[in-house]
Design a protein around this ligand. Structure first.
Ligand SMILES: Cc1cc2nc3c(=O)[nH]c(=O)nc-3n(C[C@H](O)[C@H](O)[C@H](O)COP(=O)(O)O)c2cc1C
Length: 224
């Protein structure tokens, strides 16, 4: 595929046919994805290729408390899981409330997803240039998410697809235990991968002039 077509059509696939992704395809996608940038080119990532149904199911179940919290926050009119403003939701109660619907039901059935790739990153290798700021860190993720996204671009290019998910990070210690990861290996993403039932080509995204400005954030919108 042409690069811009891949970039414009790599959607969050969550509905998969029963087809597997052959190891050769996965390997090619990983082999291209490894050219992603990382702070100091330290490439601190690790990928766990999970095919065992019981492990996939367990990973999905780890996400359920976080999904319940997201549901309650949505109902309260909040942007779920943001930390810039305090939540009004009793998150511990929401996490334990098994009467709440799952906003992404697939997480209760991750064993049905052909391949789950858990992407971890060695915290001893990332550059965290915002560590002294009085806000939540964002820069550390820059040493792993370009790589994770490259995997999905590669799979799209191969006629497959997937979604980048992060809910599992809310249960990181359990995920590390399940997968044999060390405490310094942060669980950055869980890529749900397979052959999408439909390849979407029209994604909903804001136009350039809504987020790009000339010279300053209060400058003229960047239009042609
Ligand atoms: C950092 C990040 C975290 C995400 N976490 C989740 C998640 O935990 N669960 C999920 O179902 N999707 C997750 N997504 C997928 C987004 O919902 C998806 O990229 C977005 O809705 C756009 O979907 P589209 O490409 O199909 O239009 C995440 C995406 C990103 C970039």
């Amino acid at each position: 595929m042409e690069l811009y077509d891949v970039m414009r059509t790599t959607f969050a696939a969550r509905d998969f046919t029963g087809d597997d992704i052959p190891d050769e395809v996965l390997h090619r996608a990983l082999d291209a994805a490894r050219f992603a940038p990382s702070g100091g080119n330290r490439q601190g990532w690790k990928v766990i290729v999970v095919r065992r149904p019981e492990t996939k199911k367990a990973l999905g179940e780890l996400c359920i408390p976080a999904l319940r919290i997201a549901y309650k926050q949505l109902k309260a009119g909040e942007v779920y899981w943001q930390t810039a403003t305090p939540t009004t939701v009793d998150t511990a109660a929401a996490a334990a409330d098994d009467s709440l619907p799952l906003i992404v039901p697939l997480f209760a059935h991750l064993d049905t997803v052909p391949v789950v790739l858990v992407v971890a990153v060695d915290l001893g290798q990332v550059a965290s240039m915002d560590k002294d700021l009085d806000r939540i860190g964002v820069v550390s993720g820059g040493s792993v998410y370009p790589f994770a996204w490259n995997i999905l671009l590669g799979l799209r290019n191969e006629g497959y697809g997937g979604s980048l998910t992060t809910l599992v990070a809310s249960a990181e210690p359990q995920a590390q235990e399940l997968l044999g990861l060390q405490p310094h290996e942060a669980v950055a993403a869980m890529l749900l991968c397979g052959k999408p039932v439909r390849q979407l080509t029209k994604l909903k995204r804001k136009p350039v002039e809504t987020f790009a400005f000339r010279e300053r954030a209060d400058g003229e919108a960047f239009t042609l």
